[in-house]
Design a protein around this ligand. Structure first.
Ligand SMILES: Cc1cc2nc3c(=O)[nH]c(=O)nc-3n(C[C@H](O)[C@H](O)[C@H](O)COP(=O)(O)OP(=O)(O)OC[C@H]3O[C@@H](n4cnc5c(N)ncnc54)[C@H](O)[C@@H]3O)c2cc1C
Length: 520
């Protein structure tokens, strides 16, 4: 963080009180493993003793995800770390199944673990009613199993991370096109288990749109789904597995639709005057089928922060230029097109500009769009630095129909502002559809050192209640349910919906070993 950024932050939210960096593993007290000797031997017989890890550092490394509270606990361990009893690393789908068999026999909890980037408590090593819990780390399931170029279907093992998936597919001329901000760490299994949405979702779809088949290990044996691209053979059970967050089985392989790797890409930015014109422009693009593959609209506060952080004479000039063009409250719109040729992109771009012009959009050129693309994975690193400095910084997201989007934004912003002292609340549309859009909020406030966890828990509760009240929006558009959103799921899907999920869970996992405490 440069001194300039720190000054800017202090002006907006006040000066943080105390810095706190991550406490080294050696300084933490880690409870000894409660894994029964017999289970440990059983697991070692399946995966090899070297892949059953009980070392404190290995267990600490998989004791949670990457939410603000997870990151805070590593700096303030007195808030309580939930450390698993062992980390188990199977090598293939068959070993995953046999690990589950051992855990059923020993009645041991199992937390499936991909990249560990959950921000909703999805990988917290809760025991539930079990004596011990293991983290089942899928890192060794890292292969491209097959690629059918005619059908454009690839089968990837669940532990393949985003960049590796793109590299292996790219070698054969294909792409998945799934690029969430957590791309560098998150895995194919994690994407499927959470119904993830990548930054290019307008072009390539959400992850569940890409999944054509799944292979799951469950406590009752293996379950495979997806023999054809479309089927009328009853409800689509693939979609029950997708989004099941490790509660209905461990995904070991996922068959995904892939596309030819784009030969050309172009990122560009525009400014619109105010939130209403900005969302109206994005709605028009969506409803006319003209969305760019990446479509992202920042609200005036987020735009102002981006400009302030970029700083420099060019930004000052840009602000003056926008005022001169009648843009008093700029909203930044980033559009990114991927295509088979520059000509195809030029055609789509022209069509989009025909929609944007009547909305008064001012073109800012490719440099601003490219700057966004270059920095699009930087969020996690900036967040770590802010946490070290004593800032409470977290994100939350939701979605609703176009007609309710403004009300949802207003209510969530009000809830966050009322529950925190002088926060900075930034918002953007990150995914747009014909019928509505998602809203993604970033919140910054000076950390309350007396009650840092309670400070965020109260703000998150207020925002979640604003979202759930009157079913204004979904409690999660892409971060999933985990533990954090579980109290609000029933309001969204109804008591019957919760009963259906619980019944499915009992059917595949009668003794309840899978991911205790998550989803339902
Ligand atoms: C900085 C940051 C940015 C993010 N940006 C985005 C974004 O742009 N879009 C988005 O959608 N999400 C985003 N996320 C959230 C998160 O990255 C996604 O939920 C991602 O899909 C999780 O993948 P993972 O491999 O890390 O899963 P994990 O965090 O390891 O697990 C997530 C959940 O899935 C379960 N699970 C994992 N693997 C399996 C498996 N093989 N079988 C069964 N269950 C499994 C876990 O038990 C857990 O409940 C972001 C997170 C961070 C920290």
């Amino acid at each position: 963080m440069t001194p300039k950024v720190l000054r800017w932050l202090a002006e907006r939210i006040g000066t943080p009180g105390a810095s706190a960096s991550v406490v080294p593993d050696a300084a933490l007290e880690v409870p000894s493993s409660s894994l029964p000797r017999r289970t440990r031997a059983g697991l070692a017989a399946v995966v090899g003793a070297e892949h059953v890890l009980v070392d404190p550092a290995e267990r600490l490394g998989r004791c949670g995800g990457l939410s603000y509270l997870d990151l805070l606990r590593r700096r303030r361990p007195e808030l309580g770390l939930t450390v698993p009893d062992a980390v188990v690393l199977p090598a293939d789908p068959d070993q995953v199944q046999r690990v589950l068999d051992v855990c059923v026999e020993g009645d041991i909890g199992v937390v499936p673990f991909g990249g560990g980037t959950s921000v909703v408590g999805g990988v917290t090593a809760l025991r539930g009613d079990k004596e011990a819990v293991i983290v089942l780390d899928l890192a060794r399931l890292d292969r491209l199993v097959s690629l059918d170029p005619d059908s454009r279907v690839a089968v990837l093992q669940a532990g393949v991370r985003g960049p590796e998936a793109e590299r292996m597919l790219g070698d054969r001329g294909f792409t998945l096109g799934h690029v969430p901000q957590s791309f560098e760490r998150a895995t194919i299994g994690g994407f499927a288990a959470t119904r993830s949405a990548g930054q290019a979702s307008s072009g390539y779809g959400r992850f569940e749109d890409m999944v054509v088949g799944v292979r799951l290990a469950t406590p009752r044996g293996e379950w495979r789904l997806g023999v054809a691209p479309a089927s009328a053979a009853g409800p689509d059970l693939r979609q029950l597995a997708v989004g099941s967050e490790g509660t209905l089985g461990v995904l070991t392989e996922v068959a995904v639709r892939v596309r030819p790797a784009p030969a050309a890409e172009r990122y560009e930015a525009f400014a619109l005057d105010g939130w209403q014109r900005g969302t109206s422009a994005v709605r028009e693009l969506a409803q006319r089928g003209l969305l760019a593959d990446v479509t992202r609209l920042s609200d005036p506060d987020e735009t102002d922060s981006s400009l302030a952080l970029a700083g420099g004479w060019k930004t000052a000039l840009l602000r003056r230029y926008l005022r001169g063009r009648g843009i008093g409250e700029p909203c930044l719109l980033v559009l990114g097109w991927h295509g088979a040729s520059a000509r195809e992109i030029a055609r789509r771009r022209r069509a989009a500009i025909r929609v944007l012009r009547p909305e008064g959009a001012v073109a800012l050129g490719a440099a601003v769009g490219e700057a966004w693309r270059r920095g699009r994975f930087a969020g996690p690193r900036q967040r770590d630095a802010l946490l070290d400095l004593g800032v409470c910084v977290e994100t939350l997201e939701t979605a609703t129909y176009w007609s309710r989007l403004d009300e949802l934004r207003d209510r969530v912003r009000a809830a966050l502002r009322d529950s925190l002292d002088h926060p900075l609340v930034l918002c953007h549309v990150s995914h747009a559809y014909e019928t509505g859009a998602s809203l993604y909020f970033t919140v910054l406030a000076v950390r309350d050192e007396a009650d840092p966890a309670g400070q965020w828990e109260r703000a998150k509760r207020a925002a979640s209640e604003a979202i759930a009240d009157g079913s204004l929006g979904t409690i999660t558009h892409h971060h999933a349910v985990g533990t954090d959103h579980a109290p609000y799921l029933r309001a969204e899907i109804g008591d019957l919906g919760a009963d259906v999920l619980a019944a499915a869970r009992r059917a595949v996992d009668p003794t309840g070993i899978l991911n205790p405490g998550k989803l339902v």
